[in-house]
Design a protein around this ligand. Structure first.
Ligand code: FAD
Length: 566
């Protein structure tokens, strides 16, 4: 144990700060530990706040996990709420603390200082921003509840930002009977997902009564409307700003610590800032990306807790170092489970990686056992190394398990093809003998070895333009119910007999989910027609994506291209 650190002062008493404090005590009974928290509460469950707004978590006190008294009793930690650190004197190793009740300032000396000040809701400088609410802590939650319980209760709400917190609020406010609109600047909600995955979420939001407006910014707010960058004006009795968070690093900036371009405190693998006596953890600190090694901001509770624990290890002299982050995250949206880990396709392409992409639509457990629910999974793979870059899942039960298994595989350095050989538990009510994760591995192996060749939904248009023939191998009934414009139909079971009907030139096979398409491409290739590819993820991936992007454009172009080439 390091002997030079006898007194640790921690600024911020929630996920990262309190994890650091309690671990520190478990490792060092003699350490003087002071936690200074500006707000009225420490160790509260911010992740539960939207659900108390919606009434799902009925008891407000359930969100309060610890109190200064309980922390003093069990851990002998000096926790002071209502105390804001307003300055850091690095020379003298003291912080200036303002008691928010009395207004008095005092100084606290430290041997080690841990900045766990978190991230604050972003407030874009638009007219009327002061009329908007945000949700970070219990005080914010109470303010929203007070507005909702007002005699003039709001009936319409606009949520600016369609990220995780925005969508949780959309669901909870809808449950309370408000007409909710989500305004999102990006092309789709949940920007950590790729478009075709987010399309499923957007569909669920709309089916659940939420209006979703994308590709526009809110430009002004007044007492009952929000004006958008496209000129529209939407009615809003309640406006909540959920447009992301920014690291709360003003203290660090004033103290001259190194910050990243986006304002995060730069730390090394031991969570040390540019001043070796000062550490930073949680949302305020920059993390190292698992694939590129670049600095990233990942404002998630799990990382904050892990790094809080880690900094206590460092301070007490234990050998350890921070692991790079994947940003694994999950959210529930009106009964849908939406989870992601690592890079999405957009990010991987932006980084210039050569990638393979796989979509699948497996059931969470054996189809013959009652209650099976279909999910959509997506795997992004580095084409050179076969290493897994990321995964996304949208569906019902079992999505969390698959994404967590893949996150573990990435962390363990497994390749995508290795997923085929993972020995996962199976009985019909829990999974499949070939688990959806195994199936992704088998597809990855087929792709890596050239057994199968695929194209993505967003490449279809270009294929039609270059004159490729779309071959729908589903049944006549499925085909009649709807197909990709210009596709001809030969059901997979008739392919061998009708092989002479397959035109020369490039063939793009489509089916419902990509499975029959794979079999069809194998038949066609083995019968001697080599220029054939399968539409990855099939019609089920294609349709929601083109619906979201504006099917008229894409499908219209395809029809035109087909008529000019014929
Ligand atoms: P914070 O929890 O923000 O705590 C920092 C504390 O520092 C604050 O209480 C602040 O008052 C205090 N502070 C700041 N400056 C000073 C100062 N100068 N002096 C004294 N005190 C100061 N993450 C997930 O992984 N899953 C989820 O489901 C999830 N849901 C969320 C839902 C909501 C509504 C919110 C707001 C966040 C959610 N998060 C979720 C994110 C998660 O809560 C954060 O990643 C996590 O709380 C970060 O912990 P932290 O300790 O770094 O910062």
């Amino acid at each position: 144990m390091s002997t030079s650190i006898h007194r640790t002062v921690i600024v911020g008493g929630v996920a990262a700060g309190m994890s650091a404090a309690t671990r520190l005590r478990r490792l060092d009974e003699a350490m003087d530990i002071v936690v200074l928290e500006r707000g009225d509460h420490v160790s509260f469950a911010n992740c539960g706040l939207p659900y108390h707004v919606g009434g799902v978590i009925e008891d407000r006190d359930a969100l309060l996990l610890q109190t200064p008294a309980s922390l003093a009793a069990r851990f002998n930690i000096d926790v002071r709420t209502g105390h804001e650190v307003v300055a850091v004197d690095r020379e003298r190793r003291v912080v200036t603390v303002r008691d928010r009740t009395s207004g008095q300032t005092t100084e606290e000396a430290y041997d080690a200082l841990v900045l766990a000040t978190g991230a604050a809701p972003m407030r874009p400088p638009i007219p009327g921003v002061e009329l908007t609410y945000a949700l970070r802590d219990l005080a914010d939650m109470d303010a929203i509840l007070a507005r909702l319980n007002d005699p003039q209760a709001p009936s319409t709400a606009i949520i600016i930002g369609g990220g995780f917190i925005g969508l949780e609020l959309a669901e909870n406010l809808t449950h309370r009977g408000l007409a909710v609109t989500v305004v999102e600047l990006a092309e789709h909600v949940l920007p950590p997902l790729d478009l075709e995955m987010a399309a499923l979420v957007q569909r669920r939001l709309v089916e659940s009564g939420v209006r979703v407006v994308t590709g526009v910014a809110a430009t002004a707010v007044d007492s009952d409307t929000v004006t958008l960058s496209n000129g529209d004006s939407l009615p809003a009795d309640l406006v909540i700003m959920a447009a992301g968070v920014v690291p709360e690093s003003a203290l660090a900036r004033a103290a001259g610590l190194d910050l990243s371009e986006r304002g995060g405190i730069v730390v090394d693998d031991l969570q040390r800032t540019s001043d070796p006596s000062i550490y930073a953890v949680g949302d305020v600190a920059v993390k190292r990306d698992a694939h590129s090694g670049a600095g990233v901001l990942v404002p998630l509770a799990q990382t904050a807790n892990r790094h809080g624990r880690l900094v206590a290890d460092v301070i007490t002299g234990r050998t350890t170092s921070a692991k790079p982050v994947l940003g694994s995250a999950i959210v529930g949206v009106f009964g849908l489970t939406v989870a992601a880990t690592g890079w999405n396709e957009k990010r991987a392409r932006a980084e210039g990686r050569e990638i393979r992409v796989i979509h699948s639509h497996p059931a969470d457990h054996a189809g013959y056992y009652p209650g099976a629910e279909v999910m959509q999974l997506k795997l992004v793979v580095d084409a050179e190394t076969d290493l897994i870059l990321g995964a996304q899942g949208v569906g019902g039960s079992g999505v969390d398990k698959r994404i967590d298994v893949i996150a573990t595989a990435i962390r363990g350095g497994l390749t995508a093809s290795d997923l085929a050989d993972l020995e996962l538990t199976y009985a019909p009510q829990f999974g499949s003998a070939k688990d959806p994760v195994n199936m992704l591995g088998m597809i990855a192996d087929n792709m890596a070895t050239g057994v199968t060749r695929t194209i993505q939904w967003h490449e279809i248009e270009a294929e039609v333009e270059r004159g490729s023939v779309l071959l729908d191998v589903r049944t006549r009934g499925e085909y009649a119910d709807g197909t990709i414009p210009t596709a001809v139909n030969i059901p997979v079971d008739e392919l061998r007999d009708r092989f002479d009907e397959i035109p020369a030139g490039r063939i793009v096979v489509t089916c419902a989910a990509g499975v029959r398409g794979h079999t069809a491409t194998r038949i066609i290739r083995q019968l001697g027609h080599d220029d054939v590819v399968n539409l990855d993820g099939g019609y089920k991936t294609f349709v929601p994506a083109v619906e979201l992007r504006g099917c008229c454009d894409l499908l219209g172009t395809m029809r035109e291209a087909a008529s000019t080439s014929s």
